[in-house]
Design a protein around this ligand. Structure first.
Ligand code: PSU
Ligand code: MN
Length: 311
């Protein structure tokens, strides 16, 4: 890991806090920034980003929010930098892996997606990453070919992504198939069901149910020992009290998908458009659920990182 870090030194800026934690092999949890710039609106985005960091600290781990600023991959953003991303979201580029080199070389501002964040976390040796939900195979992918680069990155980058599954704007069974093809183990944290973001069940299953964060940490360590180059998906269902009704949210999602089609939304705009539309048509209920699950994932990820550091 040190070697990778040195190789990219001029493109990397690691905060003092994160660098010390990495050097002392203390638990660190990576956090993405697309969720700040393009997942929520201001000021919920700022509130959510800071609360995730707080939850991780309260669980005895160090948060490392990742973004592209000043021509560098920043690992561990300051409060000011998080606020900058939250307020200026219109000028922040959504950065998947394909965007990284252009955005860095042109010194543009970028918010990293799950794929982008996994790449950066791995470059500095952070094996645990918390997010809301991953991108996946879109519902009409057989005609649009819209398959998130998150799935490709999961297939080639050894980082454990703690998430609430994938939301039903996606085709969940096809997303599961794609993960299987990529050799990505899909593990439920104390559940057999592959969660559906706003709801605890999607009707599809995980590959394995591991009941404790200790068991999950042991699994990650074994994957490292094997030098498996694959990512790992750790699925935590949204806490029961925040779960939305399946039929209610499914109808809203279908309406949002129709609206996206009517407006001809494609490519990287699709996911942010759908998220914003769903927020609008649920009177913010989707946002409350989204926040709750991200906090929960942050807490579980921190517990896993703590267990992993103790092995
Ligand atoms: N899911 C969410 N909120 C988000 C995203 C996904 O609930 O903000 C973001 C993540 O950063 C994810 C990206 O990596 O959307 C996927 O975008 P795309 O489908 O364009 O690959
Ligand atoms: Mn896409």
């Amino acid at each position: 890991m040190k070697k990778q870090l040195n190789k990219n030194a001029e493109l990397l800026s690691i905060s003092e806090e994160v660098l010390t934690a990495l050097e002392e092999k203390k638990p660190v949890v990576a956090l993405e920034s697309t969720i700040i710039a393009h997942g929520f609106n201001y000021p919920e985005n700022l509130e959510c980003a800071l609360a995730c960091e707080k939850v991780i600290r309260e669980t005895s781990a160090v948060p490392a929010t990742i973004a592209i600023l000043d021509g560098k991959i920043k690992i561990g953003l300051s409060h000011k930098e998080i606020e900058y991303l939250a307020v200026n979201s219109k000028n922040i580029i959504k950065c998947s892996v394909r965007d990284l080199a252009v955005v860095l070389s042109q010194k543009l501002d970028g918010a990293t997606t799950v794929a982008g964040t996994m790449f950066c976390a791995n470059a500095v040796g952070i094996p645990v990453f918390a997010t809301g939900g991953i991108g996946g195979v879109h519902r009409n992918a057989s005609t649009t070919f819209d398959i998130s680069a998150d799935l490709e990155e999961l297939a080639c980058t050894p980082v454990a992504v703690v998430c609430a599954g994938a939301k039903s704007i996606l085709d969940i069974p096809l997303t599961r198939e794609y993960l299987e093809t990529g050799g990505v183990p899909v593990v439920g944290y104390n559940t057999y069901d592959f969660p559906n973001f706003y709801t605890r069940k999607s009707g599809t299953e995980v590959d394995y149910n591991l009941p404790t964060t200790k068991a999950i940490a042991q699994f990650i360590r074994t994957s490292q020992q094997l030098d498996l180059t694959r990512g790992m998906l750790i699925c935590c269902p949204i806490p029961k009290e925040y779960e939305l009704d399946f039929d209610y949210i499914d109808k809203k999602i279908r309406d949002a998908l129709e609206e996206a089609q009517r407006q001809g939304i494609t490519g990287k705009e699709t996911t942010p458009f759908l998220l914003a539309k769903i927020c609008e048509v649920t009177d913010g209920k989707s946002v409350a659920a989204n926040k709750a699950l991200v906090y929960n994932n942050s807490k579980v990820a921190a517990e896993i990182a703590v267990e992993l550091a103790a092995i």
